[in-house]
Design a protein around this ligand. Structure first.
Ligand SMILES: *Cc1c(COP(=O)(O)O)cnc(C)c1O
Length: 354
């Protein structure tokens, strides 16, 4: 085993997926399983499919290509609105995509025509988080342009919340989406098939019984991978929070002062660090650093261990209470989303599935 490594328990991923698919399907909602948190890792995607999802979503086209190459045959959607420069690959590899720019959708249409296939489009509506999406007042005019495009199947509308503006899903902003779908149906007389109401952070609304009827799809990543509901940062009931963990190795363990000796200037990242003098402290260095992930998003599974800080390749821990820690000891961490993204992307961190 190469260390540091991310260890992914596929059974737990499958279990988490089942739990969330059950919760959602009991309420008439399909789950699109989002794989971007694990860079589209194929075995994880297959565990998510085993857990019952019928559609996958991924933010990077390279990952979608790899998933398709692996033989996965359920529909995969590109969930980051496409670049104009990638429309050919988007049509080639993805079955559908989330979109907000008519210029791009026209590009998708041209590619779809040249491939002789149909590409599904979910039009994103910005209901307040100020990331992607057309504003509600521009939905009808945009749909008007989309429905005439050859090779494009207008599948529905969606919205994303919580990721940029931190705006939480509410009855009000979800109802806005439902009403827009009704407006479209009234205007054109066809059914808006998909109302994609958000991500892991919309689950709370469903549990509180405040999700307006009509929303029929959730795009869920973090909830499946980490069993976490991001908007309130709480474990999702009935899910595992340790389906994915990090293993690191201690490379130095020594008792040293807790206050640095000498004049304090800027650290490697341009900050002037502050320290509290706690007297002598048993300190461990593990071989991992800010180059690999956002350190604040790690938490030691041994709760007697505290994170002191990190530089690019060294993570410092207070192991005063953890007597067993010595050089060579494997120290494990739970992850939150930011850490997961960094670790999965770092080529210095191995990835294992169990
Ligand atoms: C990342 C993302 C999701 C999944 O969000 P989670 O919080 O991981 O569930 C859903 N939709 C879009 C558009 C995303 O970018």
């Amino acid at each position: 085993m190469y260390i540091p490594c991310v260890e992914i328990d596929l059974k737990k991923i499958e279990y988490n997926t089942k739990q969330l698919v059950n919760l959602c399907s009991n309420n008439g909602i399909e789950v699109m399983g989002i794989t971007k948190g694990v860079c589209g890792q194929v075995d994880v995607a297959k565990a998510i499919i085993k857990g019952g999802v019928k559609k996958l979503g991924e933010s990077r086209i390279q990952n979608i290509r790899a998933l398709k190459h692996s033989g996965i045959d359920i529909p995969i959607y590109l969930i980051r609105i496409p670049m104009l420069s990638e429309v050919v690959d988007v049509v080639r590899w993805a079955d559908g995509s989330l979109n907000s720019e008519i210029k791009v959708i026209k590009g998708l249409s041209e590619s779809a025509r040249s491939f002789g296939k149909d590409h599904r489009v979910i039009l994103m509506v910005d209901v307040g988080d100020l990331r992607e999406g057309v504003l509600p007042e521009h939905v009808i005019e945009t749909v008007d342009e989309i429905i005439d495009l050859p090779g494009i199947e207008f599948e529905g509308i969606g919205t994303n919340l919580g990721c940029y503006g931190g705006i939480m899903a509410s009855y009000k902003n979800m109802k806005l989406l439902v009403n827009l779908a009704k407006d479209i149906e009234r205007e054109y007389g066809f059914e808006v098939k998909t109302l994609s109401g958000g991500n892991s952070s919309t689950i709370s609304l469903l549990e509180r019984g405040q999700l307006p009827s009509g929303i029929n799809q959730f795009r869920i990543g973090e909830g499946i991978l980490l069993g976490n509901e991001p908007s309130v940062s709480r474990p999702l009931p009935g899910t595992h929070q340790d389906a994915i963990i990090l293993k690191t190795e201690a490379i130095e363990v020594k008792t040293k002062p807790s206050y640095p000796i000498g004049e304090i200037g800027h650290d490697a990242f341009g900050n002037i660090p502050a320290f509290e003098d706690k007297g002598p402290m048993r300190r461990a260095i593990v071989a991992l650093g800010k180059q690999d992930c956002q350190i604040e998003d790690l938490s030691p599974m041994d709760t007697t261990i505290q994170i002191l800080g990190a530089s690019s390749d060294h993570l410092l821990l207070d192991v005063t209470q953890s007597c067993n820690t010595e050089v060579g000891t494997i120290i494990e961490f739970n992850l939150s989303y930011g850490a997961l993204l960094g670790l999965m992307t770092s080529r210095y961190v191995a990835k294992y599935t169990i």
